[in-house]
Write a protein that binds this ligand. Structure first.
Ligand code: WT7
Length: 635
């Protein structure tokens, strides 16, 4: 029996039980039967949860791009690997075959090598959603360089922080990018970042907008002439199973962003396996994930997962609202998309618009629709299920994280009955546990707790770049022996999971994971600000929005609060990115604090949603009068 594809609920339970009883055997078979290796492993898994050490497929040798590209060439070289749908619907879509992908990735890989990039070097990629982004990622993997993709919506200082944290040797960017009716000056932003990034030796620039940009002599090179000269074939570097494939930054609840490290073999096996099952991908299907490749969703489910399965994957440059709110559905119709994967925030934004934007299009090619990034509320679930899925496509609500590498809890379409707002059951190999406040596991059903994972899976991140202790402290110390996700969840009467949201100081705004502490650090840099606290509150479209409570310094002068609020948001926008801007800013005389000086965020969260009493245990609250004042002047 092959465990790779799961066709019935009975088979799911059977495979699941096997994967828990004999996890090593389970992954051993999946890895051996479905991927190409230069050399097999000595051991499937070695691990130590307390030390957060994981070795999957020990001493195996492989190259992930051989699995994503080369092995498909004989069978489906002429099949489309990537459909590129540009921002402007008037610009023609591109269909890139597996043969062409091989050629382009080889050329890119050869250029990287020529420009001095070697195995293990870090390459930062700061590009819009164009095919070159996929080529650049795969070219790094081809030669064994470590890619670190930074979402093109990040500011220059956020880019510089990420480049410096992992001392990238090269930056790959473009003259700009198109997003809706905006042209983004990526090279200008990158130039500013590069003023302060000593490790960068070269910058390769893709031409996309044709806008004039500054090219620094000796550092910046247009990539097109180099590609033209480069050979269209290449030999893939032989990598160890545990060699680093990529670093991807995610915000933490404190301090600087965490560079999550994913390694080659485990990530490959997990992304490939989960893609196949969660999307029920069948040969010939056209699959579209609307995420940006700058996030883990794009890494695992635009590039690696689909290509590992020989799929056709859509890369979409634009936004759901341009030229109008029917864009997604127009693209589904045009390319006859079979699997569509997006985020609740996009669904909510589209559900607010007139229904004709959806109804005017033929969506009957769709077979499976998916959601990711945050809990999907009941209303959005039904709108998506009814109007997009036509009540006939299973809606897979997929729960996972940058750290998990791939989907962890999700229905399997046509197998697991869906239940609105529930991510439902763990995928094979995944052992969730709910924990109570005393750090005991809660057994049984109809219970809620903090979500942990009890046993390693191949896609688990291996460390935080440069700070293994922080990796241990963040994920493996709260509940010793378990991986702590930072999320809360409930398990219903049949064992289905529903993720209720973060239990730490991370707020998910429009599907973006934002730590409140780094934003507070930025606000506190403002010359008039003494202290600040940020909390999330529910927002119709964004899921959550940010509410900032700010104490101004006593400078003995009157300040225009509206002006300071504008300046605060400008600072945030410059240093982190526009996604982190505050929707509400309230200037307060003080913050509710405990005797030990910790801000009681729980109170601030309640005030932000309009609750004025029932703050729970406030016995440790030092300054109740401040709370009264905050309530009175609530925004
Ligand atoms: C956090 C991880 C993983 C891809 C995108 C986000 C939340 C993610 C769901 C879901 C409820 C979800 C969690 C998680 N989340 N998917 N289906 N239901 N919550 O990756 O930026 O690492 O964020 O997103 O809170 O911990 P990320």
């Amino acid at each position: 029996m092959s465990n790779f594809s799961i066709e019935s609920l009975e088979k799911y339970f059977k495979i699941y039980r096997k994967s828990i009883k004999k996890p090593k055997k389970f992954w051993d078979e999946i890895a051996e039967e479905n991927f190409t290796w230069h050399m097999m492993w000595d051991k499937v898994l070695e691990f130590d949860m307390e030390k957060a050490k994981f070795t999957w497929f020990k001493n195996a040798k492989l190259n992930i791009t051989k699995n994503c590209i080369d092995r498909h060439l004989m069978k489906r070289g002429d099949q489309t690997a990537i459909i590129f749908e540009p921002n402007d619907p008037k610009e023609e879509a591109q269909h890139i075959t597996y043969n062409e992908l091989y050629k382009q990735v080889s050329k890119f890989a050869n250029v990287l090598t020529e420009q001095g990039i070697e195995k293990g070097d870090r390459v930062c990629i700061y590009l819009p959603m164009i095919p070159e982004l996929a080529y650049a990622v795969l070219a790094c993997a081809r030669i064994g360089a470590v890619h670190s993709v930074v979402f093109a919506g990040f500011s220059s200082s956020a880019l510089a922080t990420r480049i410096n944290d992992s001392s990238c040797k090269m930056l790959i960017t473009s003259d700009g990018g198109f997003r809706g009716n905006k042209v983004i000056d990526l090279k200008g932003i990158a130039d500013k970042a590069l003023e302060d990034t000593p490790s960068i030796e070269k910058t390769l620039v893709v031409k996309r907008t044709g806008k004039e940009v500054n090219m620094k002599d000796g550092r910046d090179l247009w990539i097109a002439p180099l590609l033209e000269k480069a050979a269209g074939e290449s030999v893939a570097a032989i990598m160890d199973a545990e060699d680093i494939l990529f670093i991807l930054y995610t915000s933490g609840s404190t301090g600087k962003p965490k560079g999550m490290v994913h390694t080659t073999a485990g990530y490959m096996v997990y992304a490939g396996y989960t893609f196949k099952n969660v999307f029920n991908y069948e040969k010939g299907d056209v699959y579209w994930c609307t995420a940006d490749i700058g996030w883990i969703t794009g890494h695992s489910y635009i590039i690696y997962g689909p290509l590992l399965n020989g799929a056709t994957t859509v890369i979409f440059e634009g936004v759901p609202s341009y030229p109008d709110y029917s864009r997604f559905w127009e693209v589904v119709q045009k390319h006859k998309v079979n699997q569509f994967y997006t985020a609740p925030t996009a669904i909510r934004a589209l559900a607010k618009e007139d229904i004709h934007f959806v109804q005017d299009y033929q969506l009957n090619s769709l077979k499976v629709i998916g959601s990711v990034g945050e809990p999907i509320n009941d209303e959005a679930w039904h709108w998506y299920n009814d109007h997009v899925g036509g009540k006939r496509c299973p809606l897979v609500d997929t729960w996972w994280q940058t750290e998990t590498g791939g989907i962890m809890i999700s229905p399997i379409p046509f197998v697991t009955p869906t239940k609105p707002t529930y991510a439902s059951l763990p995928l094979p190999g995944i052992q969730p546990a709910l924990m109570d406040n005393l750090r005991n596991e809660i057994e049984g059903n109809q219970v809620t707790g903090s979500l942990c994972i009890k046993y390693p899976w191949p896609g688990i991140a291996r460390t935080i770049w440069g700070d293994h202790q922080r990796y241990i402290d963040t994920y493996f110390s709260t509940y010793p022996g378990k991986y702590f996700t930072g999320d809360g969840a409930l398990r219903d009467e049949v064992g289905y999971y529903r993720i209720t949201g973060r239990v730490d100081d991370v707020v998910i705004v429009s599907g973006h994971n934002l730590g409140t502490a780094p934003i507070e650090d930025v606000i506190n840099e403002h010359q008039s600000v003494a202290e600040s606290a940020i909390v999330g509150y529910p927002h119709e479209v964004k899921g959550n929005a940010l509410y900032g409570y700010v104490i101004l310094k006593d400078l003995g002068i009157d300040r225009d609060e509206t002006q300071v609020a504008i300046e605060i948001n400008r600072l945030i926008s410059d240093q982190i990115g526009p996604i982190a801007k505050l929707d509400k800013i309230q200037f307060v005389p003080g913050l509710p604090k405990t005797r030990s000086g910790k801000i009681m965020r729980r109170i601030l969260r309640k005030i932000a949603v309009g609750e004025t009493k029932d703050f729970g245990d406030i016995s440790t609250l030092l300054n109740p009068e401040v709370v009264k004042d905050i309530i009175k002047h609530r925004k």
